[in-house]
Design a protein around this ligand. Structure first.
Ligand code: ATP
Length: 319
């Protein structure tokens, strides 16, 4: 193997830059030529590539976003689109590729691997929605960003005796709401994995108010109804003034935490090792604090397990 490529695809996540840096530097350390592909599979199809050197990844380990930019690319889902991509890979002599992204990006990586390109996936997505790995790159940063917002909202809510509905990302996976709900001392956590009744949320708020509580936090994963309607309903049923905050893309930005940087650096370097070992179609992850690699097909078929114990604990502690 002489030349490898690296790209970021799907939603951006803090820590992707640390992973790119590790792939580039570990590649160069091992005498490989490393090519950066811009804008994910779209850039691959359209030949948006540049050779990376040591200084091209200087001063990025602490930055959110991705210096290679990212994109979603419908064309790559087609046979024809992937043929164009394979052609670009051949023309530039790229025989190994590291794909940093979520499950959709991994599906693309799997297809490239089946077409004979050695491909390794690194999980970069803030949602933590991949079943085979305990954490994905960006999740830790995202939950810390949410926690910071919770603390700020708490300050102002306490002053007014208000309740807060805070909507966070995680349309199909409630991990952001769950972790931040527990760490932020939320009264209620509403996630897609567990049915909820507005009546229960209201009852808890009233119990808290009777006990003299000055504020309440309700964490809501996006996509479960409308946060503003929920806020109105809670206010109507409890008589407690309820403010709604939708954190949105703020959760995607910011300097990656130490955890995300370390984890991304280890995975980037491991991806290069796997390519040098002739491996392909592998997905990197973290399990019990160790970096693992498993077959990408198996990784994609593992259903994400919701941590019911953590959910129960959050409920007990917010009694
Ligand atoms: P996030 O979790 O942040 O949404 P993701 O990687 O899951 O990240 P997607 O938009 O699902 O984001 O996928 C990113 C890209 O991967 C798509 O735009 C497409 O180019 C490619 N892709 C997705 N699914 C497939 C597929 N079945 N076959 C080939 N390529 C795919």
């Amino acid at each position: 193997m002489k030349t490898i490529g690296v790209l970021t695809s799907g939603g951006d996540a803090p820590g992707m830059n640390a992973a790119i840096r590790a792939v580039v530097r570990a590649g160069i350390y091992n005498n490989l030529k490393v090519i950066g592909i811009e804008r994910g599979y779209d850039g691959l199809i359209n030949g948006k590539i540049k050779e990376m050197d040591l200084s091209s990844v200087a001063d990025i380990i602490h930055r959110g976003g991705t210096i290679l930019k990212t994109a979603r690319c419908e064309e790559f889902k087609t046979e024809e689109g992937r043929k164009k991509a394979l052609n670009v890979l051949n023309v530039f002599g790229i025989d190994g590729l590291v794909v940093i992204g979520g499950d959709g990006s991994f599906m693309g990586a799997q297809k490239l691997s089946q077409s004979g390109i050695q491909t390794i996936g690194i999980p970069g997505t803030i949602d933590n929605d991949l079943g085979y790995t305990d954490y994905t790159i960006g999740f830790d940063t995202a939950i810390n960003t949410v926690l910071e917002s919770i603390s700020k909202l708490r300050d102002t809510s306490t002053s007014h005796g208000r309740a807060n509905v805070i909507e966070v990302m995680g349309r199909h996976c409630g991990d952001i709401a769950l972790y931040t709900g527990l760490a932020g001392g939320a009264e209620s956590i509403i996630v897609p994995e567990v049915d909820f009744e507005t009546g229960d949320v209201c009852e808890k708020l009233i119990r808290g108010k009777t006990r003299g509580k000055l504020h309440s936090i309700i964490m809501l994963a996006e996509g479960i109804g409308n946060a503003f309607e929920l806020g109105k309903e809670i206010e109507g049923k409890t008589g407690i003034e309820t403010k709604v905050t939708v954190l949105g893309h703020i959760q995607r930005g910011g300097n990656p935490t130490a955890f995300d940087r370390v984890f991304a650096s280890k995975m980037g370097a491991r991806a290069v090792e796997l390519l040098l070992d002739g491996k392909s179609g592998r997905a990197l992850g973290i399990h019990n604090n160790k970096i693992i690699d498993i077959d990408i097909h198996e990784a994609l078929s593992k259903k994400k397990r919701f941590d019911e114990d953590m959910y129960r604990l959050a409920k007990i502690l917010s009694i």
